[in-house]
Each structure stands twice: as structure tokens, then as C-alpha cells.
Design a protein around this ligand. Structure first.
Ligand code: GDP
Length: 442
């Protein structure tokens, strides 16, 4: 995410490395490079100007802290200003009401609105709430069908009316249907256009007026840079947005839109799209994003992701078994299954400090192949062998290798890896992933 921005900032901080203290002279050079990195990332000019003023004021006014090196000091100041520019302490809560909450989703065609509706429904489902997707885009003939496909893939009901031509009526009927059927959250997938036009805005304004959604969100494509910011401005003028959901930040988006939108429009970013898959929507936290941009990782989001995406019952069971010192190859196999999903491993690595590079190396699915290889070997073992790997002698090793299409040496390596992992896991029984996640829950 935002590779060149990260590189640019890193170089800026590097100029201060080895310097004894933060002075106006050495800081000026560092700040100039920060400014260039932001401009190259397509951050809007007014944002860069305000940002640089903020950073310079803080840096110049700051007493030289003896305990901090100039580089650390500037990183600290830049981080603080980044958090501010990204929205301060705005949080991604959907503020669900006890009865039905209606969310209206808007956006230009291709921004990722329908996909984001599905991802959001999936997150809501994971919270134990019932969502209803509403096909209110009657402009594009294929849109209703697309929403049904998306709904099916995230196990969420879709409300549509065949042959309907009035999106307002569809929305109103859908909200009534939701009230009658114990639905918690209604997500209105409204029509998009290739560009903003009056007819589109009028339609959206009428839905807003007549259906009275609790929240109105705009989905924008983060790859389109300042166009995304401009469309956020126009939609906000017409609809008073509650938040922006910015998609496609997994691609080579430079970061300009992400860093500009709140400062330019006043509308906070609530969620970001980080993959085309249905699990690719992340709640947006300005402080965590600032750390990520500065290459300091985002451990909190990583644990939350693990908590959302891993089968918690399974995590609990593994933890109980660990506490009893019973970690077997079967448990290992189940853990592999949980993590060997497209993109998940890479996403987790991307959130770890300094792991962005490793995540990139893993792109292309090699790690998934590796996990399939490991899984294949475990699948070729008998239940007895899985719970007691010590049974695996030479002839059993040959059989497992043959069954899974690998060499006996590879089986050996797996067993060795498993052995040291089991020792480590037993050592931190009660801790580990499960324990860490318990910590996050508190
Ligand atoms: P809509 O016209 O606004 O409803 O856009 P769609 O939901 O149909 O999305 C347009 C395209 O963008 C599709 O190919 C999606 O798979 C893709 N897309 C949406 N969100 C993301 C994202 O966060 N990352 C990536 N890589 N692709 C996305």
C-alpha cells in the first residue's frame, strides 16, 4: 500500500539519521523531502500546504528532547500530523440502532459500490446482525443480477422487485420488508453514473428525502486520486455524507485521495477496500493508518482481522488443547486451513511492522501453494500418525511422501518444523494467537 509515499518518507527521515540534534537547518532538508513525497503521492496541494505548516510549527517549536534522535523526533511529529489529516479520532462505527438501521450507499459507476455493499453485509453478518441488500440501481440492467450474485456469496438476503422502475418505491418497500422480518441493517445499493449529473443527484436526493436513511456513505475509487476527492466534494454538497468508503487501496494507489479527502471535504473515511474479494473491507482508523504509512505496522488491525476471519470456535478449541499440552498435526492442519485462504496471509503480513516487503514477496500465491503442500502431507497420514507423529518411521514416511507427491525428506522437514512449533506452542500455552486475541477483546 502506498509504496512510493512510504519510500519517500523513509528517505526524508534518513537524511536526519546520524545527526546529533534537530536543528532548523537539518530539519528543513528533511521537511522538503516530506513535502515532495506527499506531492508525488498526489496529495492535494492545499492539504500538503496545511500539513507542512503544521509539521514545521511543531518541529520548530519543539524542545529538543535529549532522549530522542532527530529522526525519531520528526517521525513522531509527522505521525501526529498524519493522524490529524486522516481524520483525527474519527471512528468507523456504523452506529447501529436497536431496530432497523438504513445505510444508503452512493458512488460513481465502477467505484466499487456493489462490491462494497457485499463486503459491508459480510462484516455486519460477522457481528451477528442480519443485513438486507437492496437492489436500488435500476439504471444498469445487470446491476440487480450482480447484487444477487454478491448477496449469495456473502450469505445475505437481497431485496429486489422484478420489472421495477422506481428506485424510491423499491427502497421504501425494502425498509418495510426489513421491519417486518427482523432485519437489523438495510443496505441500499443505489444507481451510479459514469460522471456526476443532475439526474443522478436528483434521484439520490429524493431517496435521501423520502426513505430517510440513517447514514449516507459514498464509495470512491482510491486509484483515481484527486477525482475521488472532487466527487466526494460534489456528493457531500448534495447529500451531506456521513462517511466515505475508499476502495482499491490494494492496487498501486498512491495515497493522495486517502490523505486529502477528509481535509478537503470534512467527511471522514469510514472503511477502506483492500481487495476485490469479499473479505477485503477494513474499518478505517486514522492513527493506525498513519502508523502503516510510516512503516510501523498495524498490529491492532491484524488481531482484529484474525478475530474476524478465523473460526473462533476452532481457535478456542486449539487453545484449550494447547493448555493441556496437546497440540497435534490435526490442529496444525486446521490452522493451515484457516490461514490458507486467498490473500489472507498477505493481508496479515502487510499489517505487521516491517513486513510489507515480505508480503510483496509472497504475492502471487506461493505461500498458498506451500500451505497446500504441507496440508497434503498431513492429509496422507493416518489419524494415529497425526495425533502421535512419533509413530512415523521410515516406511510410514515413504508411504506419506508417495501419497502426497513429495520426497521423504520433505515429510521429515515438516515433522521437524511441527516438532519445534509444538514445543514453542506448549511453552506459551494459554498465550499464542488465542491468548493474544483474548487480550484484544478486553
Ligand atoms: P460499482 O459499479 O460501483 O458497483 O462497482 P463494482 O462493485 O461493480 O466494482 C467495480 C470493480 O472494482 C469490480 O471489478 C470489483 O471487483 C473491483 N473492486 C471493488 N472494490 C475493490 C477493492 O477494494 N480492491 C480491488 N482490487 N478491486 C475492487
Amino acid at each position: 500500500m502506498f509504496d512510493s509515499l512510504q519510500d519517500g518518507l523513509r528517505s526524508a527521515f534518513k537524511t536526519l539519521r546520524g545527526q546529533g540534534r534537530l536543528t532548523e537547518a537539518n530539519m528543513r532538508e528533511g521537511l522538503k523531502m516530506v513535502e515532495n513525497a506527499l506531492l508525488e503521492a498526489d496529495v492535494s496541494y492545499t492539504v500538503v500546504k496545511d500539513f507542512m505548516k503544521d509539521v514545521s510549527d511543531k518541529a520548530i517549536g519543539q524542545d529538543v528532547l535529549k532522549s530522542l534522535k532527530p529522526e525519531q523526533q520528526l517521525v513522531g511529529i509527522v505521525q501526529e500530523s498524519l493522524v490529524d489529516i486522516l481524520g483525527g479520532d474519527s471512528d468507523p462505527s456504523l452506529h447501529l440502532k436497536p431496530d432497523v438501521t438504513v445505510l444508503m450507499m452512493c458512488g460513481l459507476q465502477g467505484a466499487g459500490k456493489t462490491t462494497t455493499c457485499g463486503k459491508l453485509a459480510r462484516l455486519i453478518g460477522q457481528e451477528g446482525k442480519k443485513a438486507l441488500l437492496v437492489a436500488a440501481d435500476l439504471q444498469r440492467p445487470a446491476a440487480v443480477h450482480q447484487l444477487h450474485v454478491v448477496g449469495e456469496s456473502v450469505d445475505t438476503l437481497v431485496y429486489s422487485e422484478e420489472g421495477a422502475s422506481d428506485p424510491i418505491a423499491v427502497c421504501q418497500n425494502a425498509v418495510k420488508h426489513a421491519r417486518d422480518n427482523g432485519i437489523d441493517v438495510v443496505i441500499l445499493d443505489t444507481a451510479g453514473r459514469l460522471a456526476i449529473d443532475e439526474e443522478l443527484m436528483n434521484q439520490l436526493k429524493t431517496i435521501d428525502l423520502k426513505v430517510q436513511p440513517d447514514q449516507v456513505y459514498l464509495v470512491v475509487d482510491g486509484m483515481t486520486g484527486q477525482d475521488a476527492v472532487n466527487s466526494a466534494k460534489a456528493f457531500n454538497d448534495a447529500l451531506e455524507l456521513d462517511g466515505v468508503m475508499m476502495t482499491k487501496l490494494d492496487g498501486d494507489a498512491r495515497g493522495g485521495a486517502l490523505l486529502s479527502v477528509k481535509h478537503v471535504t470534512g467527511v471522514p473515511i469510514k472503511f477502506i477496500g483492500v481487495s476485490e474479494h469479499m473479505d477485503g473491507l477494513e474499518p478505517f482508523h486514522p492513527d493506525r493508518m498513519a502508523s502503516r504509512i510510516l512503516g510501523m505496522g498495524d498490529i491492532l488491525s491484524m488481531f482484529e482481522l484474525a478475530q474476524r476471519e478465523f473460526d473462533q470456535e476452532q481457535v478456542q478449541k486449539t487453545q484449550e488443547r494447547l493448555q493441556k499440552g496437546q497440540f497435534t498435526l490435526d490442529d496444525f492442519r486446521k490452522q493451515l486451513n484457516q490461514i490458507a485462504r486467498p490473500g489472507l496471509m498477505q493481508k496479515m503480513l502487510g499489517l505487521m511492522p516491517g513486513m510489507g516487503e515480505l508480503g510483496k514477496l509472497l504475492q502471487g500465491g506461493d505461500h498458498e501453494k506451500e500451505m497446500r503442500r504441507l496440508g497434503g502431507m498431513i492429509d496422507s497420514m493416518t489419524p494415529d500418525e497425526r495425533s502421535n507423529p512419533k509413530l512415523i518411521d521410515n516406511s510410514r514416511r515413504q508411504r506419506i511422501a508417495k501419497g502426497s507427491g513429495v520426497s521423504p525428506q520433505e515429510v521429515n522437514e515438516l515433522l521437524k518444523q511441527f516438532d519445534s512449533m509444538a514445543t514453542m506452542m506448549k511453552g506459551m500455552a494459554g498465550g499464542g494467537m488465542g491468548g493474544a486475541m483474548d487480550m484484544m477483546r478486553k
